[in-house]
Design a protein around this ligand. Structure first.
Ligand code: ADP
Ligand code: MG
Length: 471
């Protein structure tokens, strides 16, 4: 019965959501209760909130009158045989847990031992274990990471990994264009793991640094040592792995390290600026392994989130940022949180320097060059061309009367992009699309929001287009 529900959920939900929330659930039947066991409180609340109603419906659909009562708890079946091996995923070694703060296994104490012996070996040898520095940036935490629709899944997955390192999702692969918080989230996981277990060995490395280190280790004949160090960590965080492209030897070493860590249930977190399969110059076997755990995109934040980020950063700097100024900045800088931060810092510096009141005009003035750049970049013309090219339709169809879907869909998407990425009003946008009415534009915007939620391809298309247009 549960399997039937699972199959249905797998069909209905985007695979990311399914893998993240439904897959880790285990099931137990007691009398006529169907008890779902969630690995932690977080998953429990989420599933209860978002999916419980649907699961109930499915139970009724499949079992009719005598359907079991759905119950949910935090916990896991520690006893060996598990009815459906699929359900074990992500929870292989976790013993029964009643509280999500407890560590999921004895893993860390074992690691401690491993590490101690690695340390001894190196005393006998010549090189001290220097490259085990954690490199974690303490100011990148979950607390100061602003959540929005665009990063919600990524953040949730990261929290889960911090809750159950090595067993929740391994590897965790975060991708998305630059300046959207991948590095931040990665450090947040590392910091959280260390906060809960100060003995945990967490190592963050940019992939370029990883390559340099390896080359040095080869030159100084200490590659074996070097490998041992990496294999002894509890969590390895490698940033921007697209830089591995074309570096065959590094890929080879990384592949082995990666496998060793995964086998021992040590957490691996990777980031990249694109989807793993799209990274050129990286071996196929490596790419396919990157997808073994959970792969999640971080998208450019929506307006509300951009405003929230600005307000939060201003507050952290003890700067009194008027809401309408935050809104003004957020409305114009759309693609990148790093740029938002840069703009805010510029406004703060200018305000401190001139002592003037922070108004929209003041911000306009302080950010003149930054804003000019952005305005120039995205025009309705540009959007129409890019979308037409993307869908291989004629540019003229952006303004034509044709209603065939192969043309109408891209046109709607282009209108929605124009609304999102430019400052033109609905009537202006309508005019640019063959003199359409503003209600047509509004309808298109709503339709696209709906489609992006329901249809994975359109969601991908849309973010590809945003990325192309705003980079
Ligand atoms: P990426 O690694 O994706 O290029 P970073 O993690 O370096 O991006 O983020 C760029 C800057 O933006 C960092 O200073 C980071 O703290 C900040 N940032 C990104 N996303 C958020 C967010 N959701 N909340 C708060 N700060 C963010
Ligand atoms: Mg980064």
């Amino acid at each position: 019965l549960w399997q039937a529900c699972l199959d249905a959920l797998q069909r209905e939900l985007p695979s990311q959501q399914y893998n993240m929330w439904v897959r880790p659930l285990q099931v137990q039947t007691v009398n006529n209760d169907l008890i779902l066991l969630a690995p932690n409180r977080f998953v429990l609340d989420w599933v209860r909130d978002k999916y419980a109603d649907r699961i109930n419906e499915l139970l009724i659909e499949f079992a009719g009158q005598n359907h079991p009562t759905l119950k949910m708890e935090v916990g896991s079946k520690s006893a060996a045989p598990i009815a459906n091996p699929k359900l074990e995923l992500g929870n292989k070694t976790a013993p029964a847990q009643n509280n999500h703060h407890s560590y999921s296994s004895n893993q860390f104490s074992n690691q401690g031992l491993n590490f101690a012996s690695a340390g001894n070996v190196s005393k006998i040898g010549q090189t001290p274990p220097t490259n085990l520095k954690s490199n974690l940036r303490e100011n990148y935490t979950f607390d100061n990471f602003v959540e929005g629709k665009s990063n919600q899944l990524a953040r949730a997955a990261a929290t889960q990994v911090a809750d159950n390192p090595g067993t929740a999702f391994n590897p965790l692969f975060l991708y998305g264009s630059t300046g959207l918080g991948k590095t931040h989230l990665m450090h947040a996981v590392g910091n959280e793991i260390r906060m809960r277990n100060p003995d945990a060995k967490v190592v963050y490395m940019h992939s370029e640094r990883f390559v340099q280190d390896m080359v040095k280790a080869i030159q100084t004949n200490s590659i074996e040592e070097w490998k041992r160090h990496y294999r002894s960590v509890d969590a390895l965080l490698i940033d921007d792995i697209q830089f591995f492209a074309g570096k065959e030897r590094s890929q080879e070493e990384f592949f082995h390290t990666f496998n060793a860590l995964l086998e021992g249930n040590h957490q691996v977190i990777l980031t990249s600026d694109r989807y793993p399969k799209e990274i050129e110059g990286v071996e196929e076997r490596l790419k396919s392994r990157f997808g073994w755990g959970l792969t999640i995109i971080i998208e450019p934040p929506e307006l509300e989130t951009r405003v929230a980020i600005l307000m939060k950063k201003a507050q952290e700097s003890n700067f009194d940022l008027p809401h309408e100024v935050a809104f003004f900045i957020a409305k114009r800088l759309r693609s990148n949180v790093r740029d938002l931060e840069g703009a805010l810092n510029r406004v703060i510096a200018n305000a401190n320097f001139t002592g003037k009141a922070v108004t929209i005009d003041f911000a306009k003035d302080a950010l003149r060059d930054m804003l000019a750049l952005q305005e120039k970049l995205v025009t309705i013309d540009n959007i129409q061309k890019t979308v037409a090219e993307y869908y291989k339709i004629k540019l003229a169809d952006m303004s034509s009367k044709s209603r065939s879907r192969s043309v109408a869909r891209p046109r709607q998407i282009a209108m929605a992009l124009a609304k999102e990425l430019t400052n033109h009003s609905l009537p202006e946008i309508g005019a640019a699309f063959g003199g359409r009415d503003h209600t047509t534009v509004l309808h298109a915007c709503r339709k696209v929001v709906e489609l992006r939620e329901k249809n994975h391809d359109i969601k991908e298309d849309f973010s590809n287009l945003v990325r192309t247009l705003s980079s």
